[in-house]
Design a protein around this ligand. Sequence first.
Ligand SMILES: NC(=O)c1ccc[n+]([C@@H]2O[C@H](COP(=O)([O-])OP(=O)(O)OC[C@H]3O[C@@H](n4cnc5c(N)ncnc54)[C@H](OP(=O)(O)O)[C@@H]3O)[C@@H](O)[C@H]2O)c1
Length: 328
Amino acid sequence: MSTPVRWGIIGPGNIARKFAEDLELADGAVLQAVSSRDAKRAKAFGKDFGAVSTYGSYEALVKDPEVDIVYIATPHVFHYPHAMLCLQHGKAVLCEKPFGMNAAEVEAMLTEAKARDVFIMEAFWTRFIPGIQKMLDLIQADTIGEIEYLRADFGFIGETDPKKRVYNKALGGGSLLDVGIYPVYLALLLMGAPEKIEASALFSSTGVDTHCAMLFNYAKGQKSILESSVIANTPTEALIFGTKGMLKLHHSFHHTQKITLELYGKQPESIEVKYKGNGYYHEIVEAMECLRSGKKESAALPQRMSLDLIKTLDRVRQEVGLVYAQDQ
Ligand SMILES: NC(=O)c1ccc[n+]([C@@H]2O[C@H](COP(=O)([O-])OP(=O)(O)OC[C@H]3O[C@@H](n4cnc5c(N)ncnc54)[C@H](OP(=O)(O)O)[C@@H]3O)[C@@H](O)[C@H]2O)c1
């Protein structure tokens, strides 16, 4: 058995549950502690997943000396304060996406982690999905030639109750930060930061973007055509067009298990690439390997990338006029 890594979870909600299921699959992962604003919720979650300790406050969890790393699974607006709380108590951090509400928050988190010499990584599971690695390998091997453009979308019909996360501006709601972040990340991964961004959005009466259309223009003339939505179940696919052929990342592209490779003039080839558990297993393993080897950041998902990602989201928000309280 590998050296144990003792995890704490802050915010035992929807995603934390899927994450905890995958934690059970990772060799050496121990669910040491769970914390909720409500002690009963922490206890119930802890019972379901066999947590060693449960707490009725996040502050209590970060004071637990038995916790090595904290997974932050609260709504977007709390990522920054909760990451700072963990770092200031010397805890390593795996924080859900978006890493922060804007670049200023992410920069402050990274500065704090560096000053304290503590590991921090955005829980951007897409980077560690085997299908995404396969896509990168195919592109690296020049299979489809030079990339000319990318088309990617992520849309679902979100819960309209303004008390819930998606339509609640005070919780950082809206399509861009919730799901638009995935096509934007894919564009960055494939083509780097765009030179020019054009974007347009629809807004709800609660002030969040319900749909966001983006066009990224690159210095070499390439394009990314991206879309996010919380009002429509869009295909949630990615199509990467190169000079020799194209790759299609099938639904849901950000954790795809099926790729079609079509070289122009040839029969398309279907490639299956499975992931383990709910797909979060792979980011969990990456974080644990970093901790075991004393690394302070992941080489596959460097902090620079998370910073570029939030800076690009800031640029899109500026284009569409989407401002949150954290920007003031
Ligand atoms: N990687 C992925 O695939 C993925 C998927 C879904 C979501 N996410 C990300 O994960 C984060 C959480 O999403 P979720 O859907 O799991 O959220 P959620 O279930 O609505 O909330 C998560 C937990 O946050 C805690 N919380 C703390 N303060 C809160 C407040 N003022 N209002 C509501 N909840 C509060 C609650 O736990 P207690 O009250 O019990 O402490 C709640 O159960 C989001 O930032 C989202 O972007 C990632």
